[in-house]
Design a protein around this ligand. Structure first.
Ligand SMILES: Cc1ncc(COP(=O)(O)O)c(C=O)c1O
Length: 433
């Protein structure tokens, strides 16, 4: 097929929500390491890796070999049976997860992982209500969208969403909901959770769910004490802490396996998906034994714990360890951050540069004083980056935040290439030199 034919068939046979990036959809044909190739033979340096999912690069030979071997041995069992791969992965994750988080349930996506987390929290506490964050994203089921604090995605709900979810102000320092400045704000956003619980709930809550860095929200990076303050409040009112590490896990934030480790807090429940299988579908929910053991009764995830996905995950974790990718993400991430800050001096439209490790964002504004979001500029930078041969992502409430998140095994030279392309794309989009 030609790319024109694919685009035509996509419009005819797929829902309009598919393939929405770029004026002319990008038709991808293959990937290798840090590069993607389209059907017309063009090469792209991939700095978004399928929404932070191909963490060790496209078609990593060790992950591919593990998948091929498992595919030829045992493909599917369902959660009715045990398999070696599933328990190996659960054991590995119990050893990697912080604190006492040690009992896993596997599903197929981040959405399912979060659904499972809320069920676990409700079973363990006997309570219903949940505190989530404005600007957060939890997935695309009815419950996950009800937890989501982003109107663009909530429109898919077709209504108010499920009851019992209360959205706290986001720890969004660039646009502080209290118009204060860190650290003199004394973490007003975190402390507000107590009043939220006292005024909008029955007085006790099952859980607080939050991403360590708010991915879809535009890599909103909370101040370092934020989670300690909120988690204390939530526990005081009966709730458990669910860390949604769908984007932040597996070394993404640099130097550590988990986003929560950057904040010195201990979750009761963790969820992840995306990069765990390096592209092979897998969702993961894990909890402390105290929480997990409250969850009795049958639960089926037909494809959960699929041996092929588990084999991919085991190989991915091994690659992260063998290639020293936690350290690489910290080092190369610092280089990327410094380069973005250099660009910020040239382009005042880059209102805020934020993130950790290889999870860096640029919030684009029309004017740095008014901070008016600039979604049209973000779209233009994305298009111009594509023409340069660089793929980056978008996010933020208005689609005005550039999200930059390459595979963890890139080098400084790749970052330099990407920064040069971004510089030219920003120049083309802003008309500045
Ligand atoms: C933080 C977070 N949680 C949950 C999800 C949902 O994951 P999935 O798309 O695999 O269902 C996403 C997806 O982007 C996410 O970023």
């Amino acid at each position: 097929m030609t790319s024109d034919e694919v685009i035509k068939k996509q419009k005819q046979y797929l829902l309009p929500s598919v393939g929405t990036y770029y004026e002319r959809p990008l038709v991808l044909a293959s990937g290798e390491g840090r590069y993607l190739y389209d059907l017309d033979g063009n090469r792209y340096l991939d700095f978004f890796v399928g929404i932070l999912t191909v963490g060790v690069g496209h078609c990593h030979p060790k992950v591919t070999a593990a998948v091929q071997q498992q595919q030829a041995t045992l493909v599917h069992t369902s959660t009715l049976y045990a398999t070696e791969r599933q328990v190996e992965l659960a054991e590995r994750l119990a050893n990697l997860a912080p604190g006492d988080v040690s009992k896993s349930f596997f599903s197929n996506s981040g959405t399912e992982a979060n659904e499972t987390a809320i069920m676990l929290a409700q079973a363990a506490t006997g309570l219903d209500e949940v505190v989530a964050l404005r600007y957060g994203y939890s997935g695309r089921s009815q419950l996950a969208l009800s937890l989501t604090g982003n109107g663009a995605y909530r429109r898919g709900l077709g209504g108010a969403g499920l009851g019992g979810v209360h959205h706290a102000p986001a720890p969004y320092c660039y646009r502080c909901p209290f118009h204060l400045t860190y650290p003199s704000c004394d973490l007003a956003c975190a402390r507000d959770v107590e009043e939220l619980i006292q005024t909008t709930t029955g007085g006790r809550v099952a859980a607080f769910i939050a991403e360590p860095i708010m991915g879809v929200g535009g890599f909103i990076t909370p101040p370092k004490e934020y989670f300690q303050v909120v988690v204390d409040i939530v526990r005081k009112y009966g709730g458990v802490y669910i860390a949604d590490e769908v984007q932040t896990a597996w070394g993404r934030t640099g130097g550590r396996w988990w986003g929560v480790q950057q904040y010195g807090v201990q979750p009761d429940i963790m969820t992840s998906a995306k990069s765990l299988g390096n592209g092979q579908p897998i969702g993961w929910t894990a909890a402390t034994p105290k929480v997990a053991d409250a969850f009795t009764g049958p639960q089926i995830a037909t494809f959960g714990g699929n041996p092929v996905s588990c084999a991919a995950a085991l190989a991915t974790l091994q690659v992260i360890e063998d290639e020293g990718l936690l350290e690489n993400a910290a080092l190369v991430g610092a280089h990327l951050r410094a380069g973005l800050e250099d660009l910020q001096r040239r382009f005042p439209e880059m209102g805020d540069v934020r993130g950790m490790g290889l999870m860096q964002a640029v919030e684009l504004v029309r004017d740095p004083r008014s901070k008016e979001p600039a979604p049209e500029l973000a779209a233009a930078v994305l298009e111009a980056s594509r023409r340069e041969g660089l793929l980056i992502g978008k996010g933020g409430l208005h689609g005005h935040v550039l999200r930059i998140a390459p595979a963890l095994n890139i080098g400084r030279g790749d970052v330099d290439d990407a920064l040069r392309m971004m510089g030219r794309a920003l120049a083309a989009a802003t008309g500045r030199s």
